[in-house]
Ligand binder design. Structure first.
Ligand code: FAD
Length: 476
């Protein structure tokens, strides 16, 4: 009997499939990272199923790749070394909405759309929601450091996690934060020794499989409004963003992003063709406010003053022609870009300090020069402090996949040189991460400790390469 079958034979056959048609779904995510080919898929119903798979996979040295919605753009779910895919979307129960503690406890396969709908009647929401909210899972977002709505106000998904339940490669189940205490449950992330929760956030399933997540709840804002600000240069816009962040005027900003000249031109001239091109700003910042109306209006006035002080002006045309629609209609971004119908879009995300924004955009300009065959786009997403910088290259999947991979790898190197750090690491950033020698050596030691057979998501974060396992997967 082959090794994969030994892992799955102890499970209820209803949660296992080795049907080649089913397996097509599990080859890849939305990235340029090459697809992989798993021998079987398991859709666990609870943590005991997960523990049974990991325990036996460790014994049999079978690679296990973990998948939520499969919407990531870093190849984390792609089963490069074959083996099994663990599809967490079957674990999709909302376990507890505890308004007294201000915490919601969910299984990892819950989609953001379902969770936010469930919380609405309680007047509550969660802190961070990615643009892919209708399809992305909470487990995938936790493991891939989600950003988006809420980042300007709360920073990152990790900041919103109270604690986790995790199954380790040995099959051992742990609960982190206050829930490690036998009676306490989830209400406190820090306090008892070091923060073990953080090891699994952004971990791309290299150290364990998250089987429950506790998140902070927040009151839904009663009033929302968007505003845009235009600047003559990216440097002036960076000064403005830095001033807003330093004064903590992001406290009522749920989403904020910055757009370069090409985006402004295409959106504004597309919507209002008779606009004079020379009147367009070189950089726009859009902010989506939410809270009590008088407080929002108060902060908007302060922000408008900071905008003028840094040489900018309110720019309602970009708000009308693009930003307001982006924020009001969940699927607008996909529909507008048409990414998945005609071509694909290689996305690369990094983190950067706000003053590094001009250097980030210089790196994008260099990519445009060096890889003119692709249409490149760039945007920054505001955090409470610092930024996330997204780069997109539109390519034809049938003809340009390999070239797009090369260009994306070149982009990772350029971004590191520009002072950015990997974000949404998966496999895309593995090479760069492995170059951060001392940091990566510690990660490798932890990997060895948690997953000595390197069965869990080998290749992610540049960890767990196991030559034996590679040889074995050829004959699985
Ligand atoms: C067009 C587009 C727009 C996007 N916009 C955003 C955005 O605004 N903000 C943002 O943050 N991201 C964005 N993304 C990326 C992606 O949608 C998010 O990161 C999302 O949160 C991933 O969730 P998922 O369920 O699809 O994860 P998956 O792709 O299934 O998995 C992501 C990673 O997490 C691991 N993983 C999944 N579940 C678990 C688990 N239970 N335990 C341990 N590890 C696990 C996987 O192995 C993988 O490494 C975008 C992607 C696309 C294609």
């Amino acid at each position: 009997m082959n090794a994969v079958r030994k892992v799955t034979e102890t499970l209820d056959p209803a949660v296992v499939s080795d049907n080649p048609i089913d397996l097509l779904t599990y080859q890849r995510d939305c990235s340029v990272s090459p697809p992989g080919h798993a021998q079987a898929m398991v859709r666990p119903r609870d943590k005991d199923d997960v523990a049974a798979v990991l325990r036996e996979a460790t014994r049999q040295q079978v690679p296990v790749y973990v998948r939520g919605g499969g919407t990531m753009y870093a190849g984390g779910v792609n089963p490069h070394q074959g083996g099994l895919v663990l599809d967490l979307t079957g674990m999709n129960r909302i376990l507890d909405i505890d308004l007294a503690r201000g915490v919601v406890l969910i299984e990892p396969g819950v989609r953001f759309g379902a969770l936010t709908q469930m919380l609405k009647p309680h007047g509550q929401t969660i802190g961070i929601i990615p643009v892919t909210g209708p399809t992305a899972t909470i487990g995938g977002a936790a493991s891939a450091h989600a950003l988006g709505t809420g980042s300007a106000r709360f920073q990152s998904f990790a900041d919103e996690v109270v604690g986790l339940e995790v199954v380790l490669p040995s099959g051992q189940v742990i609960r982190t934060g206050s829930a490690a205490g036998p009676k306490a449950e989830y209400f406190h992330r820090f306090g008892m020794g070091p923060d073990l929760t953080g090891l699994f956030l952004g971990g791309d399933a290299t150290f364990g499989v998250i089987t429950a997540i506790a998140l902070w709840l927040h009151p839904l804002p009663k009033f929302r409004d968007t505003q845009c600000y235009g600047f003559a240069s990216a440097a002036a816009a960076a000064n403005f963003i830095g001033a807003v962040q330093a004064r903590e005027l992001t406290r009522l900003v749920w989403y904020g992003s910055g757009y370069e000249a090409g985006t402004i031109k295409s959106r504004v001239l597309g919507a209002v063709p008779d606009t004079a091109p020379e009147s367009l700003p070189q950089f726009c910042v859009g902010l989506d406010f939410g809270g009590d109306e008088p407080m929002v209006r108060h902060d908007q006035q302060l922000i408008a003053t900071l905008c003028a002080d840094t040489g900018g002006r309110l720019y309602p045309l970009f708000n009308e022609s693009y930003f307001r629609h982006l924020r009001n209609e969940e699927i607008y971004w996909y529909g507008y870009a048409g990414y998945f119908s005609r071509s694909r879009c290689a996305i690369l995300m990094s983190s950067l300090a706000t003053p590094s924004m001009p250097a980030f955009l210089t790196a994008v300009a260099q990519l445009r020069t060096e890889y003119p065959q692709f249409l490149w786009g760039a945007a920054v997403v505001l955090c409470r402090r610092g930024l996330h910088g997204g780069i997109m290259a539109f390519y034809d999947e049938a003809r340009e996949w390999e070239a797009a991979q090369d260009a994306t790898q070149a982009a990772t190197a350029l971004l590191v040189k520009a002072g950015c750090t990997p974000y949404k690491t998966g496999k895309l950033w593995a090479e760069q991460l492995a170059g951060f020698t001392q940091y990566h050596e510690v990660l490798q030691s932890l990997k060895q400790l948690f997953d000595p057979q390197a069965i869990l998501s080998p290749g992610n974060l540049g960890l767990g390469h196991n030559a034996n396992l590679e040889k074995k997967s050829d004959v699985l």
